[in-house]
Design a protein around this ligand. Structure first.
Ligand SMILES: Cc1ncc(COP(=O)(O)O)c(C=O)c1O
Length: 404
């Protein structure tokens, strides 16, 4: 049986897969079994910061596999502790709780917020409209995308949403009963929406007034994707907790919740835990990844090449105002908002050898590995222009057929 048919027969059909049977991947390219080569500007959904098959990460994984692959969290594991120390030192946060995924890091933040608030009669949790925080029932209660929520009600009690960037609604909704506000400083799934300075300023001033926690969801925007370790650093603020995942495990499953020193003792022995979270092989890969990214000073590389990329996209926008309504984002977290649905366009782009994504219906989401250079951006732009010409000649010929 063909691979596609076997998948259909044996795997729950929750993913709309791309029409590629992967053979292997290397650097910034994915190779199909049919011999086709794709420039990957989606990076495993913001996971593959160093691209595929990085030698240092690979050898860290193999070395750890030879030592031990799983050990329960009842043991002291040097790689796990070294990764904790490195990320705390780089970020200025006090401690981390390791998880397997981003969603679980958000769950840990929900639990910690509730536990912290329980002593002070604060239970309300807020997130922003159009947000994505994950799909377990706790995280989904915060996520505000109808297509992910429908049919899964009822959600956690005492959870509400504040309209994105709406300072008036923010001021009306939070109060002394608020335990925490969850924020993506740049929304990923929601369409690369950048939070406004005014909103952030008011959020942090209300925190002072009502004494609640601010949780930054840096699962997609974090680990240098926007040119800084975390996207909130562009606003010079310090949230109380930070959820991280995606590139943290260097391609293996790993997430974490970083907490400020005032929260370091809220969850004591037995209050929270996981069998696999902080797996030593994932931590070895994550440690090598974080070492490589920080030693290479990847943040300034991302800012520099990101500015170049953004400029090229803005030039494209100027030439094609009938197609593009806005270019948004920072570093290598970029979105091209189109005037119509972009899913067909992105499929055509793929057939032209470039992988990007269409999110929220009409936003081309671009999340390349952090190691791309200007030449890769130029290849992307050529494919974008070629795809644009093909797309519109198809649209025109459809229109002509209808007219005839
Ligand atoms: C901002 C954000 N939060 C949470 C998640 C959930 O992370 P995971 O898929 O690792 O559970 C994602 C995943 O895309 C995300 O982008």
């Amino acid at each position: 049986m063909e691979l596609k048919e076997t998948e259909k027969q044996f795997v729950l059909q929750t993913y709309k897969r791309l029409p590629i049977e992967v053979d292997h991947a290397d650097g910034v390219y994915v190779y199909g079994k049919d011999g086709k080569k794709y420039l990957d500007f989606f990076g495993g959904i913001a996971v593959n910061a160093l691209g595929y098959n990085n030698a240092r990460v690979r050898s860290a994984i193999l070395n750890q596999v030879d030592r031990y692959m799983h050990m329960s969290n009842l043991f002291y594991m040097d790689v796990q502790i070294e990764l904790a120390e490195l990320i705390c030192k780089l970020s200025g946060y006090s401690k981390i709780f390791f998880t397997n995924s981003g969603t679980e890091a958000v769950e840990a933040a929900i639990k910690l917020s509730r536990k912290w608030g329980s002593g002070e009669n604060k239970s309300k949790l807020f997130a922003l409209t159009n947000s994505f925080h994950g799909r377990t029932l706790g995280a989904l209660s915060l996520t505000d995308r109808a297509k992910y929520r429908q049919g899964f009600e009822p959600f956690l009690p005492d959870v509400d949403h504040i309209a994105f960037n709406d300072v008036v609604e923010l001021t009306k909704k939070v109060d002394s009963k608020t335990a925490a506000v969850f924020v993506e400083f740049i929304q990923g799934e929601g369409g690369i929406n950048v939070i406004s300075d005014d909103f952030v300023e008011q959020l942090f001033s209300l925190r002072k007034k009502y004494h609640f926690l601010i949780v930054a969801d840096e699962i997609q925007a974090g680990i240098y994707r926007t040119g800084k370790l975390f996207s909130f650093e562009h606003y010079a603020v310090h949230p109380d907790m930070v959820a991280v995942a995606k590139p943290l495990g260097g391609g293996l499953p790993l997430g974490g919740l970083l907490v400020d020193s005032l929260l370091a003792d809220v969850l004591g022995y037995g209050a929270h835990g996981t069998t696999f979270g902080g797996n030593p092989v994932s931590c070895a890969a994550g440690l090598a990844t974080l070492q490589e990214l920080s030693e290479r000073e990847i943040g300034s590389h991302v800012s520099r090449v990101g500015n170049y990329f953004r400029q090229k996209l803005s030039d494209f926008e100027k030439i094609h105002p009938e197609f593009v309504s806005e270019v948004r984002g920072l570093g290598f977290m970029l979105g091209v908002e189109c005037k119509t649905d972009c899913s067909e366009f992105v499929s055509l782009l793929l057939s032209n050898g470039v992988l990007a994504n269409c999110t929220n219906g009409n936003v081309i989401r671009i999340l390349p590995p952090l190691i791309i250079e200007e030449a890769h951006v130029d290849s992307f732009m050529s494919a974008l222009k070629e795809t644009y010409n093909e797309h519109f000649s198809r649209v025109r010929s459809k229109e002509n057929t209808v007219a005839v």
